[in-house]
Design a protein around this ligand. Structure first.
Ligand SMILES: [Zn+2]
Length: 259
């Protein structure tokens, strides 16, 4: 009889272990909170053709970082297997709720020391171009994984509400003006993206996911395949993170921001 009891309690313990174990994996709204933003760099045609329709279907909006000079950017992107979207495409996306960010005039590195006139052209000239097209621009997106030289950052601080570098971090909340991100590379797999999402959930933070071209045969480590893009969307959808725009976050935390 004692043996039967022992076996019974052993089985009960095993059962409880599995029930509790499984339950701790399932997420509820109360358990985890956090936010996620998709940020598409460069204003690429593949963003318009492949990401925009998916986001429309899901009711999500994202940030589109656009370069001021179409000519220069078209030449650069042609070598990378993608095209630049038209201003009409940008307009359509903004009208649907996407947030437009300035991604400089010619997409050059701004990390090294530059002359003031050069920086004015890259940081402010492109803002003027975008505003002349009727876009409202709250942020600056540093090109080439930069966070800019001191002079560039000063100029950005004076002329933009917030800006994004490629510093690899989850943003704490309330947010700072300098936004950090997860820069997706060709080798980012499901396990890695899940790790970042879990971290954002645990910290109740704000994850910004940066994407570029969505093409079948990436030529650069910063590009994504359609399968990789679909996987990231799926992981975000299954998470407890809420898809938001930076303007939503700054509005949401307006009372708590101390800078
Ligand atoms: Zn870029």
């Amino acid at each position: 009889m004692i043996i039967v009891k022992k076996v019974f309690f052993f089985l009960l313990t095993v059962l409880l272990f599995f029930v509790v174990g499984c339950d701790s994996d399932s997420k509820t709204e109360e358990e985890t909170r956090g936010y996620v933003t998709f940020w598409f760099d460069d204003g690429l045609l593949s963003t318009y053709e492949k990401a925009f329709p998916v986001f429309e279907e899901k009711g999500w909006n994202a940030v589109l970082a656009v370069v001021g000079s179409r000519v220069v950017m078209s030449e650069k992107i042609a070598q990378e297997g993608d095209k630049i979207m038209s201003w009409e495409n940008v307009k359509e996306m903004e009208e649907k709720g996407w947030e437009i960010s300035n991604h400089s005039m010619t997409h050059e590195k701004l990390g090294d020391e530059k002359s003031l006139n050069y920086l004015k052209m890259e940081v402010l000239g492109s803002k003027e171009v975008l505003e002349n097209y009727g876009f409202s621009v709250e942020s600056f997106t540093f090109p080439h994984g930069d966070k800019g030289c001191d002079k560039a950052r000063d100029m950005v601080q004076l002329n933009y509400f917030y800006w994004r570098s490629t510093v690899s971090e989850i943003n704490s909340l309330p947010p700072e003006r300098h936004l950090k991100c997860l820069f997706v590379t060709e080798c980012m797999d499901r396990k890695k993206i899940r790790e970042w999402i879990n971290k954002a959930e645990e910290e109740e933070g704000w994850l910004i996911i940066v994407l570029h071209s969505i093409i079948n045969n990436p030529v650069g480590w910063w590009q994504q395949t359609p399968e990789q893009f679909a996987m990231i969307v799926e992981e975000v959808e299954e998470s407890s993170l809420e898809v938001v725009l930076p303007r939503d976050i700054f509005e949401l935390f307006a009372e708590e921001i101390r800078w």
